[in-house]
Design a protein around this ligand. Structure first.
Ligand SMILES: *Cc1c(COP(=O)(O)O)cnc(C)c1O
Length: 639
């Protein structure tokens, strides 16, 4: 049975989660296809090799502006289609929540690509507002201010109207209403106000707690009624233009979205009964991403797509407005994850392995060996389909005996080593034998889990995939090359930190659905790099990452895809160099000259004591200084 790239495609389930942006090409490399298979595309393996040649070494975060553009267009087109299909009389406006990925290049791309779609920005804090004000001047687009607010935040938002910005201040907590009224009197600027409601309806998935009566933000029904009365008294009711809710991120079920919408549109129509003529209904974020490609049923997937989402939003708003005979609002969404998740890929290299499986085993066992070792050797030789369960139980017992006898001092280290080698050899053989018989699934499962190898990988989970660590988020992971070869090894991936949590040991299992405890990988080849990619990492992973073990930001490269002779070309739009050791150290208050001075003093002392030669001192100083200005990750793994 020969292996080929289409077998790999189904093994890694790429068609399920790639949303058409990625596929495996005939060379067996993963390529990016933002405009479809016949349009310009980008070979990720080729790109990684090229970047490496230019001194941009892994781990590298590849950011893909073409994918960002495609996502913006997709969501906008879905809403346009829904509006046309339902003949909805209002329009659609998206805003991108900056917190999902604040990187300067990305926000600029979003603003540029979003211009034609009047895409705005949502800010959840004062710093994010400052970014939005400086970067976006799209005429029709909205700036929506959420989050905790002080007077400075509110006054900046008000003043920004004088720069021609459409800045809306959303009242997230009741106290903010008076702050806004006071600020607007002081500055004599009429505010544009939104009310955020605490819905009773809940999201679904990991963020279910973000909604409901105890949620952090939003006004209760009585606060809304009180608020409207205050605005009436201040003659500011016409300033109240927007109604907002947000029921949490990565909503897995369309049913949860629909029930929250049904509650929200009731609020919207009730505002009219109370005299407020709103213009905008802002349905928040939460549009999910199908990370595992399963099409629903897990926290990492969604049971709906973007078009279904748009259809439901438009039709539910429309029927509520028709029923209560109120004007149709502009529909605003704050989808964040869905717009950018697909646009980044983390690529890293494998720097080593720890292999436990012993497929071709030979060992000399003689009368001189301990009884335990001889008994294990017998199991190895006599194991067959008939006695497999018995052998398995014996094996487990002998494993316990090995450890006990070593601890009690009756087994030497040399004999323990032999026993352990035999244990792994028996386990490896047992899996092969078990596969020839029935009713051994449990045994195979246990053994294979134990037999999976460990691949040491040049990245930090804490820096680059914080949601894997904190939230058990699953991202698709796969090699980016060698897909015409059978990936006949199974491994968990451990990172470069010294933390036992620094590992990836849950992966998609596209064939059976759900997750598995290992990733299928290829044999490592001497002198050849092996690159793995983690996909769909564009949302939330960058700024939530931390400096565990002082591994810093990775190199990041913005690559746009363009036509060249061979139909596959790219242009580097920008390189954001990863943190140097020196930079990371300065975050924790170390200062380079001081560190160097200390090493120099220690060297001088050792030279004086005759322990260190001048040459050694020079070498040490060189390494020390070089390392300070170098990358925090391993730099020369392929040499
Ligand atoms: C975080 C957040 C969003 C973005 O949610 P996604 O799930 O990324 O779409 C939108 N609106 C508000 C108010 C948020 O806090």
């Amino acid at each position: 049975m020969t292996w080929n790239y289409s077998k790999s495609a189904s093994l890694y389930g790429i068609d399920g989660w790639a949303s058409g942006y990625f596929r495996i090409n005939e060379k067996g490399n993963v390529e990016v296809t933002p405009y479809g298979p016949d349009k310009p595309k980008l070979d990720l393996f080729q790109l990684t090799c090229d970047l490496n040649d230019r001194g941009i070494t892994p781990p590298i975060l590849i950011r893909l502006p073409d994918v960002v553009k495609s996502r913006i267009d997709l969501l906008s087109n879905c809403f346009q289609k829904a509006i046309n299909d339902y003949k909805y009389p209002g329009d659609y406006k998206g805003v991108f929540p900056i917190k999902v990925n604040q990187q300067n290049h990305l926000i600029q791309e979003i603003v540029d690509f979003g211009k034609a779609r009047s895409l705005g920005l949502e800010c959840g804090s004062k710093p994010e507002l400052l970014v939005a004000l400086a970067l976006m001047n799209t005429q029709e687009a909205l700036i929506i201010c959420n989050g905790f607010k002080d007077v400075e935040y509110i006054e900046t938002a008000l003043l920004s109207q004088k720069l021609g910005r459409n800045t809306y201040i959303v009242i997230d907590r009741f106290e903010e209403l008076n702050m806004v009224i006071d600020a607007s009197k002081k500055l004599k600027i009429r505010p544009k106000i939104g009310f955020r409601a605490k819905l009773n309806a809940q999201g679904s998935g990991k963020w279910v707690e973000s909604s409901g009566a105890k949620s952090k933000f939003g006004l209760t029904p009585s606060e809304i009624v009180k608020g409207i009365n205050i605005l009436k008294k201040e003659d500011l009711l016409s300033s109240l233009e927007l109604f907002h809710f947000h029921i949490g991120s990565q909503i897995t079920s369309i049913q949860a979205i629909k029930s929250s919408l049904k509650e929200a549109v009731r609020y919207y129509t009730e505002f009219y009964s109370l005299g407020a003529n709103l213009k905008y209904l802002d349905v928040g974020g939460g549009l999910g991403v199908d990370y595992d490609g399963s099409g629903g049923g897990t926290d990492n997937s969604t049971n709906y797509d973007e078009q279904e989402y748009a259809n439901d939003v438009v039709s539910i708003v429309q029927s509520a407005c028709e029923e209560k005979n109120v004007p149709f609002p502009s529909i605003v969404t704050e989808a964040g994850r869905s717009l950018v998740a697909h646009s980044s890929i983390l690529i890293f290299n494998v720097v080593g392995e720890n292999r436990v499986a012993k497929p071709n085993f030979s060992l000399d066992v003689t009368e001189k060996d301990s009884r335990l070792v001889r008994e294990l050797y017998d199991i190895y030789n006599y194991l067959n389909t008939e006695n497999i369960n018995e052998c398995y139980n014996d094996l487990l017992e002998k494993k316990r005996d090995t450890m006990n006898m070593f601890s009690y001092g009756v087994l030497s280290l040399e004999q323990r080593a032999k026993a352990e080698d035999l244990y792994w050899a028996i386990s490896t053989k047992m899996v092969q034998v078990a596969k020839q018989t029935e009713d051994t699934e449990d045994l195979i499962w246990d053994l294979e889990k134990e037999l999976s190898d460990t691949y040491y990988c040049n990245f930090s989970i804490f820096q680059s995939l914080p949601d894997c660590w904190a939230l058990d988020q699953i991202f698709p992971v796969m090699p980016i090359h060698r897909h015409n070869e059978n990936p006949n090894r199974r491994a968990i991936l451990v990172d470069m930190t010294c933390d036992s949590d620094g590992k990836l040991d849950k992966f998609l299992d596209p064939e059976a659905g759900g997750t598995q405890d290992y990733l299928e990988v290829h044999e490592l080849k001497e002198g050849e790099p092996y690159y793995l990619g983690v996909f769909l990492t564009g949302a939330y992973q960058e700024t939530l990452g931390d400096l565990h073990n002082l591994f810093g930001d990775t190199n990041a490269v913005h690559i746009s895809i363009c036509e060249n002779g061979s139909g596959s070309g790219y242009k580097i739009e920008g390189v954001v160099e990863g943190d140097s050791v020196e930079e990371v150290l300065s975050y924790v208050e170390y200062n380079k000259p001081e560190l160097i001075k200390k090493i120099r003093e220690a060297s001088e002392k050792s030279i004086a004591d005759g322990i260190l030669t001048n040459q050694e001192a020079k070498l040490l100083m060189n390494y020390y200084q070089q390392a300070l200005s170098g990358y925090t990750y391993l730099e020369d793994p392929d040499e």
